[in-house]
Design a protein around this ligand. Structure first.
Ligand code: UDP
Length: 352
């Protein structure tokens, strides 16, 4: 590890890497880089290199972990053994377990889990090269991977850290600032400014924390702009003919007399997606489960109504059948396992 620098900020107010105190490192993103994932994003931020992959929504096994009224979002942050100067021991550690937990929670207010009862959405964040700020880089990549996977979200999440070196607050710490600085304050927030992650290492006064949050807010605004640019270049179109066609299509759907028929079609498509890797035997089990649900045995009427009411508010139509809890459970999976953990058996289920 390099030695502690004498000064982190020079007489011109520039940091060791030439940035001003309120500047973030250059960031580039690329979406859809993994063909087997439902959504993915590769992100470089300064010397950090992170890959995020999203799988799902898909049926959650073992079935006892399923949530009857919403999907479970699992987030796994992992540093590759070769990502740091000294090799990291492969496998989960206290640090990665903690980061996985708080990072998953950073998406809590935006991911619309209520549309996928019984399902799981797996987010994997792999750090390939680390240079401080990897948890924040992973959150920024994961946001775009979730969008790429088509997960309904109320908005984006952006994340960056603030720290303190030479008695001054600095935005987006690099490695020496992180290692030898006085404080590290990683923050994540939604587009409307709700803070969804805030951790602190080191010492800051209450005033410094308040100022640091404002600095992080400015950093996140820049990150939202980068994320939106990536989304626009992947999904956006300025082709007038295409936009017109899309508008006409939406108008047709809105005026459709038989709304229920539309919903049934959507429901069928969702079922097919969830079941694409299942064999015939499993499909039979699923049909049985669906029959049970129809008879009101799998969910209470209230649960179903809550979900469909919310969806109705959003889409203006009755989508009470828009659920993909056609779950199946292989026999003998009664082993106890902490929530969010992956068993060997789970591994087998993944459709990577
Ligand atoms: N780091 C390391 N080995 C470790 C953990 C971290 O070399 O086991 C380095 C890595 O470059 C990381 C930095 O220290 O980016 C800061 O780590 P921290 O725990 O603050 O998390 P981060 O800032 O990456 O979210």
């Amino acid at each position: 590890m390099s030695d502690k620098p004498e000064k982190f900020i020079d007489e011109n107010g520039l940091r060791l890497d030439g940035r001003r105190v309120d500047e973030i490192r250059p960031m580039t993103v690329e979406m859809g880089v993994l063909s087997r994932a439902d959504g993915s994003c590769y992100l470089e931020w300064g010397n950090n290199k992170v890959l995020a992959a999203v799988y799902g929504p898909r049926e959650l096994h073992p079935r006892r972990l399923q949530r009857p009224s919403e999907a479970l979002v699992r987030y796994r942050y992992n540093m590759a053994a070769f990502s740091v100067e000294d090799r990291i021991r492969p496998g989960p550690s206290r640090r990665s377990t903690e980061i996985s937990k708080v990072s998953g929670e950073a998406f809590e207010p935006v991911v619309m889990k209520q549309f996928y009862p019984g399902a799981v959405i797996d987010v994997f964040a792999e750090v390939l090269q680390a240079d401080a700020g990897t948890r924040t880089a992973a959150i920024n990549a994961a946001t775009l991977a979730l969008v790429d996977a088509g997960i309904p979200m109320k908005g984006l999440v952006a994340s960056c850290a603030v720290g303190k070196v030479d008695g001054q607050l600095v935005l987006d710490l690099n490695k020496p600032e992180d290692n030898y600085g006085d404080a590290d304050l990683p923050i994540a927030m939604t587009e409307d400014g709700e803070i969804t992650l805030l951790q602190m290492d080191g010492n800051l006064t209450a005033d410094e924390i308040a100022k640091g949050i404002e600095m992080a807010r400015k950093g996140c605004e820049q990150i939202f702009a980068i994320q939106k640019e990536a989304l626009l270049s992947k999904f956006g179109t300025t082709d007038e003919e295409e936009l017109l066609k899309e508008a006409e299509l939406q108008a047709e759907v809105a005026t459709s007399e038989d709304e229920t028929e539309d919903v049934e079609v959507v429901s069928e498509v969702v079922s097919e997606v969830a079941l694409e890797d299942e064999d015939d035997e499993l499909k039979d089990e699923v049909d049985e489960d669906l029959e049970l649900q129809d008879e009101g045995e799998a969910f209470t009427d209230d649960e179903v109504e809550d979900t469909s009411d919310e969806a109705e508010d959003l889409f203006g139509e009755d989508v009470s059948e828009f659920e993909i809890n056609e779950g199946t459970e292989s026999e003998g999976d009664s082993s106890s396992e902490p929530e969010g953990a992956e068993s060997d058996e789970d591994e087998g289920e993944k459709n990577e």
